[in-house]
Design a binder for this molecule. Structure first.
Ligand code: SER
Length: 319
């Protein structure tokens, strides 16, 4: 049982992680922090929190006697290219503020996600190993590599207990994602569910690693509960579930929506996707803390088809 704070609690992952943490620790022990409350309120206490405000963060942690912090606030890969400086500032300084709290002994453990976006064009793209060349071309990816280095630095220099995984593209059904390159997959489900055709911003054969939210939540909680002595990676663990292309996803969704049509109009996000891994080797997560995905591709598609609400706003509708 821990007292936990989720920063970025209204976002795609945060909004679902809060409920998973409530199941694990009880509603009274979970605090949800974000700039604004989530559209779907959870049973937990919400605090207005700009994680760049270090003094406010310190106050929230002290007031609620927090010992575990999940720092999820970030700008993603595609939207980050429109605001690179803001992306650097938010993604790196938010993490630093939390790591500093841990260095000062105010919190015991920190979770922070890295991403497949930390890899780049010179990284091995198939079965991408835990340790390889990392030369990301997006500002989002640059912040993920910087963040990974900071996590390892704070661990080695100050003994900070910070844990991290490199999330693949995340498919959730509670809160629409904002501004990622892998988000085409969620948009495809949205369009199919509404009975509308989908224009895909990546080409049909663009293979990317993906993961469903139930596996994301389990991986995150399992890593945070793992015995520290088992953990050999102090930057960020590779994590894999399944890898698929837009054409494969289209074919799989057609089993539920036989008339569903997809056309392809790749834009600037194609170059981002082409610089990322196609498949990931997550052997160290498996051997160090027992990671196993529960959903294969077929299972993930069936789960998402059930879970995505029919009335989600269409991509780009701004609502
Ligand atoms: N899903 C993210 C993105 O596409 C990658 O971490 O930006």
């Amino acid at each position: 049982m821990h007292r936990v704070l989720v920063i970025g609690a209204s976002g795609q992952i945060g909004s679902e992680l809060v409920d998973a943490l409530v199941d694990a620790h009880g509603a009274a022990n979970v605090v949800a922090g974000d700039l604004r409350a989530a559209a779907t309120p959870s049973a937990v206490q919400f605090v207005t929190l700009d994680t760049l405000d270090a003094a406010r963060l310190r106050e929230v942690v002290a007031q609620h006697r927090i010992d575990h912090v999940y720092q999820l606030a970030a700008l993603l890969s595609a939207v980050g290219e429109a605001a690179p400086l803001q992306t650097w500032t938010l993604n790196v300084n938010a993490l630093l503020n939390v790591l500093e709290l841990a260095r000062e002994g105010r919190v015991a453990r920190v979770f922070w996600p890295s991403s497949i976006a930390a890899f780049g064009p010179r990284s091995q793209r198939d079965d991408t190993p835990q340790a390889t060349v990392m030369d990301p071309g997006t500002m989002y990816g640059v912040t993920k590599v910087a963040g990974e280095r900071l996590c390892e630095y704070y661990f080695r220099r100050f003994g900070v207990d910070v844990r991290s995984v490199r999330y693949p593209g995340v498919l959730g059904s509670r809160t629409p994602p904002g501004g990622g390159t892998t988000d085409y997959a969620i948009e495809m489900f949205q369009a199919a569910k509404r009975g509308e055709p989908y224009r895909c911003f990546l080409g049909p054969d663009t293979r990317l690693p993906m993961i469903g939210m139930p596996d994301v939540l389990r991986a995150t909680l399992e890593l945070m509960e793992a015995d520290a002595a088992q953990l050999g990676v102090h930057a960020s663990y590779n994590l894999a579930a399944s890898s698929f292309t837009p054409a494969e996803l289209h074919a799989a969704i057609r089993r539920f929506a036989p008339g569903f049509e997809v056309t392809y109009a790749p834009d600037f996000r194609q170059a981002i996707a082409d610089s990322w891994p196609r498949t990931i080797d997550d052997g160290e997560a498996r051997s160090d803390w027992g990671w196993r995905p529960q959903f294969d591709f077929e299972g993930l598609v069936a789960h998402m088809w059930e879970a995505i609400p029919r009335d989600w706003p269409l991509p780009g509708s701004g609502s």
